[in-house]
Design a protein around this ligand. Structure first.
Ligand SMILES: Cc1cc2nc3c(=O)[nH]c(=O)nc-3n(C[C@H](O)[C@H](O)[C@H](O)COP(=O)(O)OP(=O)(O)OC[C@H]3O[C@@H](n4cnc5c(N)ncnc54)[C@H](O)[C@@H]3O)c2cc1C
Length: 411
């Protein structure tokens, strides 16, 4: 029996398990490991603080999305020993493999910024929304917040879904506007980048939108620490931003076991070839999604497009042939902008997010880098597609590789 072992039953791992169950014959065993049976639709974390999603709504059992032939092992992963082709689990078991597929994502680490996770204000005035616990705690706080300085903050790049903090700022603006409190809330978007987003055209469009919504922008802010005594965010360059509520995205790193197994970079991300997702060090290891050092967004969409290209590559790898498919870093994501509208980004390693229409030229129906109601409905509909289509190993009717169709090209 040949053995394929998948680490992580989140977005990428679940798609891989379903696709491999269809593609591999019965001479293969497929095993997947995760620490629990709660699969969270993570984009839903954004809506919980504003009371428009619940924990129950965005959580489903992982096991119900795994095909019967896939063995689901519930345990933490403590170490990969690539030279022995073995993985040690927290419960003492050891799993052997012929091929290892790593899809264990990234983890927010508030403990790595002085005064953040270990500060007295953590979950009193300082919150994250990248965990279920943080999103739920923020719901009560936002409901009771009647005015003051709100900082929406990114500690350092890369983070998963780099647009989610912007979405939080836009939704907060809308939330307080609808409650008649907007004039009492001073919102600042604080980022380590030199603009509202990484690439020039998106930074310009999103920067304009922040301005339209009277949200201040603090750029190049390299946070040194949170001063809990004075409720202040302090940067290395000496800037100090006082707050009444700090909503932060902590440093995102790879998982602890990746550091300890010596299979990742200094941030705990598995180093892979950016076109094939094969480990640069071990031929029988591939990695997917947020767990990798791919130079594109850490987003579910990236995991999805890369997994779609993997089937043929895996057959070739097994046969010892060159891998035929090259991933282009394709990412797309909706950006909630409040007031029932959203924007859409579509880009890859080489092409930055551009304005235009998606997926079809002229007709769209989605707008790229422009606000529309259809985009907002697209974002809401996507949750259903996630569970019913993607997590069943099926494809969406959109191009896997990025297409220039519909995109405006600026000089
Ligand atoms: C607020 C928010 C909004 C987002 N919005 C969007 C969006 O609009 N569009 C988009 O494309 N993406 C979005 N994302 C990002 C998207 O959710 C992730 O990029 C995607 O889930 C990554 O998939 P993955 O399989 O790599 O990791 P995950 O889905 O995080 O799966 C990793 C799995 O590994 C398991 N695991 C990790 N370590 C261990 C261990 N040591 N032992 C056992 N199990 C372990 C975890 O339990 C988890 O199930 C958002 C994320 C957040 C937080």
């Amino acid at each position: 029996m040949r053995r394929v072992l998948i680490l992580g039953a989140g977005t990428a791992g679940t798609m891989l398990a379903n696709r491999l169950a269809d593609q591999l014959d019965r001479s293969w065993s497929i095993t997947i490991v995760d620490r629990d049976d709660d699969h969270h639709y993570q984009p839903g974390y954004l809506f919980i603080p504003f009371g428009t999603a619940t924990a129950k709504q965005i959580t489903k059992p992982r096991s119900s999305f795994l095909p019967p032939r896939v063995a689901f092992v519930r345990s933490g992963i403590s170490r990969v020993r690539p030279d022995d082709n073995e993985v040690d689990l927290d419960d003492g078991r050891i799993l052997g493999y012929d091929w290892l597929l790593i899809a264990t994502g990234t983890v927010p680490r508030p403990d790595l910024t002085p005064g953040m996770g270990d500060g007295s204000l953590w979950y009193r005035k300082v919150f994250d929304f990248y965990t279920m616990a943080g999103a739920l705690a923020l719901q009560d706080v936002l409901a009771g917040f009647r005015g003051g300085r709100l900082l929406v903050h990114i500690t350092e790049m890369p983070i998963k879904c780099p647009v989610a903090p912007l979405e939080f700022a836009f939704l907060a603006d809308d939330h307080f506007r609808r409650r008649g409190l907007r004039h009492k809330v001073d919102i600042t978007f604080v980022t380590p980048l030199d603009g509202a987003f990484t690439k020039p055209i998106a930074a310009r469009e999103l920067g304009n939108l922040l301005e339209d919504r009277s949200i201040r922008l603090a750029t190049d802010f390299a946070v040194e620490r949170v001063d809990n005594e004075h409720s202040t965010l302090i940067a290395y360059d000496g800037r100090e931003l006082p707050f009444d509520l700090l909503v932060t995205v902590p440093l995102n790193t790879g998982q602890q076991y990746v550091f300890e197994s010596g299979i990742g970079d200094e941030s705990g991300f598995v180093q892979v070839d950016k076109q094939t997702l094969r480990s640069t060090r071990y031929d029988n290891i591939f990695a997917f999604g947020d767990a990798t050092d791919l130079p594109t967004s850490k987003a579910g969409a990236v995991a999805h497009f890369a997994v779609e290209l993997f089937g043929d590559n895996f057959q070739a790898a097994i046969a010892g042939r060159p891998l035929p498919n090259a991933f282009d870093g394709h990412a797309n994501c909706f950006i909630e902008s409040g007031r029932g509208e959203a924007l859409l980004l579509d880009f890859n390693y080489d092409t930055e997010p551009l304005t235009g229409r998606y997926p079809l030229p002229l007709v769209g129906p989605m707008r790229l880098l422009g606000r529309s109601r259809i985009n907002h409905w697209g974002k809401l509909l996507f949750e259903k597609l996630y569970w019913q289509v993607l997590m069943r190993g099926r494809s969406l009717p959109v191009p896997t590789l990025m297409s220039m169709a519909g995109k405006d090209q600026e000089d």
